[in-house]
Ligand binder design. Structure first.
Ligand code: F6R
Length: 366
């Protein structure tokens, strides 16, 4: 059932292009002009009534929510707050009928996320669930469900479910933008055209596995690693760091790159591995200046960037390229090398990749 792969995690990483295709299927009209979300049958006047969106989830699904915030705010200009479900439910969130709550859960059974859903409904909000398991408790209780069609995810470390959640946020962000008319038609069509290319581009991003295997060997004996990025890249840094901790047991931290000099830079020593996500053109100069600070303290920097950005070579030790796309779509491609780094590091250390210590696939206790 592993289809010749050594682990479910690797199989699931490679299943991502198809998971994206299945998640996009029937959700874009034939001529690529409009997003069609039959499972979110709200009238435009209902959508226009939402003054605020909450995204609530745990772990990797929370990280998908951070991307979702960036996407929805950027495309549809609706304010979005993202919260960890175990915090949200106990902090008397300010919610009304004018709030849309989006819960994100691969399994649809996470106790805190389910409780957040119930609390939101009790406070009068409509709840939209993004989930991978159709008959799950969260799918049953939510007012609306946008399914991810990632197929069963067996490895404890989430990969294809996470990226499929991000795909749903792209669809939703574009859909809300369409209803609210926040984008010019040509702009939307260009975004949709780029969205459709992501499955193929993900296939290309998977081709770096051999180089990443070598890189994983080089970091496996380090006590600590850092992931840095700005904006949407910071959200990806958080996911890369979680994935690495989860299955390699190496200590790592993700930082908004501008925060480094407010404390963390003190931890950079000769040889400390730093993985820098550099995909946003308008933030690149700032990223390069942060990378230079890291390098001045002896840090060893791997940059993950878009194909064509060759000048970056001058500022870092190594570069990993992913196919070029529009700024909003880069997370889905840059996370792939990060997933592979965590996989190969865990493998190199001889860990049980699919069943990391102390963790369960579905967290149904609080
Ligand atoms: C990490 C991971 C967890 C889950 C979290 C939420 O790789 O898998 O962080 O994302 O436990 O699970 P779901 O999405 O099932 O609610």
């Amino acid at each position: 059932e592993k289809d010749g792969f050594e682990h479910f995690m690797l199989k699931e990483i490679y299943e991502q292009p198809n998971a994206f295709r299945n998640t996009l299927l029937n959700r874009i009209d034939e001529d690529g002009k409009q997003i069609v979300l039959k499972d979110f049958p709200l009238r435009p006047e209902q959508i226009n009534r939402f003054e605020k969106i909450f995204i609530v989830a745990c772990g990797t699904a929370y990280h998908a929510g951070l991307i979702g915030k960036n996407v929805i705010e950027e495309l549809a200009r609706i304010p979005v707050e993202v919260d960890v479900a175990s915090e949200f439910r106990y902090r008397r969130p300010i919610i009304s009928e004018k709030t849309l709550v989006i819960v994100v859960s691969q399994s649809g059974e996470t106790a805190d996320t389910l409780a957040a859903l119930r609390e939101s409904q009790r406070l009068g909000a409509k709840v939209l669930a993004i989930t991978n398991v159709q008959g799950s408790s969260i799918a049953r209780e939510a007012d609306y469900v946008l399914a991810t069609f990632a197929g069963p995810e067996i490895a404890v470390a989430s990969t294809k479910a996470y990226t499929s959640q991000v795909i749903v946020f792209y669809l939703l962000g574009l859909y809300l933008a369409q209803v609210k008319e926040t984008l010019a038609e040509t702009e939307r069509e260009c975004l949709i055209a780029n969205l459709r290319q992501l499955p193929e581009q993900a296939e290309k991003a998977l081709q770096h596995a051999d180089d990443i295997r070598v890189y994983a060997e080089s970091i496996k004996n380090h006590a600590s690693l850092f992931f840095i990025g700005r904006g949407i890249d910071y959200a990806v840094a958080l996911e890369g760091s979680l994935k690495l901790k989860e299955i390699s047991y190496l200590h790592s931290e993700a930082y908004a790159a501008g925060e480094l000099k407010h404390g963390t830079l003190a931890l950079i020593e000769e040889g400390t591995p730093v993985i820098a996500l550099v995909t946003q053109k308008e933030l690149e100069e700032k990223m390069v200046s942060n990378i230079t600070e890291v390098k001045a303290r002896g840090g060893n920097v791997l940059a993950i960037t878009l194909e064509g950005n060759v000048e970056l070579h001058r500022n870092v030790d190594e570069v990993c390229f992913v196919p070029a796309t529009l700024p909003v779509f880069t997370p889905i491609l840059t996370v792939i090398p990060l997933q592979l780094i965590s996989y190969y590091t865990s493998l190199a250390l001889g860990n049980d990749v699919d069943k990391p210590r102390n963790l369960a696939k579905s967290v149904t206790v609080e």
